[in-house]
Write a protein that binds this ligand. Structure first.
Ligand code: IPE
Ligand code: IPE
Ligand code: MG
Length: 248
């Protein structure tokens, strides 16, 4: 059965995991898995846009991924720079607005410039917002937001923290998908996923195709989001329950 618009999550966030194992299965170097991961991301962006998803947030490099072997880290940086140069014109034509979310300190000038150019080039696009979490950690995000508020002498509240965090420009994710079979959050959207629905796929990220995405969306469509209320409250009288408001 085709999902109706109401069943389509507005914001999907994905932990794109399993590239290394995908490569190992094929006796390929891990970096070949990451390269295939870029292809999978391109397919996923298109599929999300076609299904009316408004925001796609992807975890591409975590604060902890610096702990990997140096050649894998530099390979991932190179892949990102190449992918940006290659994909951004087409993403822009397709109406995708690219946003970089993460800590800029620690990234090379060329990677940082590539990310900034991608943001500038696509800034006016409105079909789909693609947030690329790179050098990102949920703990970093909360801490940097608190530090920014403290530096400005502003009160720390749920609403002010939220506004100072990396995803302040979009609503919280409705659906968080993790591929690769692990059932953990690995320091992804610790704050923003407070009321997200989770979907764990055993598929490695390069194998996560349109059918797998539709399976995740269908699973989301069958969930009852209660935001602290009871099932009876959710079902009547108003069918649509609003997320919990942030405390000012
Ligand atoms: C996810 O794939 C991509 C990044 C973390 C950059 P992995 O590289 O973690 O793949 P596995 O988990 O080793 O299979
Ligand atoms: C999470 O995957 C980070 C990204 C997908 C970018 P990891 O492979 O780094 O997570 P752990 O280490 O298995 O928890
Ligand atoms: Mg992994």
């Amino acid at each position: 059965m085709q999902p109706t618009t109401a069943d389509i999550p507005h914001h999907i966030a994905i932990v794109m995991d399993g590239n290394g194992r995908w490569a190992r299965q094929r006796f390929l170097p891990r970096l070949a898995g990451h390269a295939q991961g870029v292809e999978s991301l391109r397919r996923c962006v298109r599929a999300c846009a076609a299904r009316g998803v408004g925001v796609l947030t992807v975890f591409a490099f975590s604060s902890e991924n610096w702990n990997r072997p140096a050649d894998e880290v530099s390979g991932l940086m190179g892949l990102l720079a190449k992918a940006l140069a290659r994909e951004v014109p087409e993403l822009s034509r397709d109406g995708v607005c690219v946003r970089f979310v993460g800590e800029k300190a620690g990234l090379s000038d060329s990677v940082r410039r590539g990310l900034e150019q991608a943001e500038q080039l696509t800034a006016g696009n409105t079909r789909l917002v693609l947030n690329v979490c790179f050098n990102y950690g949920g703990r970093w995000d909360i801490a940097q937001a608190a530090a920014a508020l403290a530096a400005r002498g502003e009160p720390i509240t749920e609403a002010s923290l939220h506004a100072a965090m990396g995803l302040a420009h979009v609503p919280d994710p409705d659906l968080v998908i993790r591929t690769g079979g692990e059932m953990r959050i690995s320091n992804f959207l610790l704050w923003q996923a407070a009321y997200s629905e989770f979907f764990f796929s055993p598929r490695f990220w390069p194998d996560f195709d349109e059918a797998a995405l539709d399976e995740a969306i269908a699973s989301y469509g069958a969930r009852e989001r209660r935001f602290g209320r009871t099932s009876e409250q959710v079902r009547s009288p108003a069918p649509k329950v609003q997320p919990v408001a942030l405390r000012a």
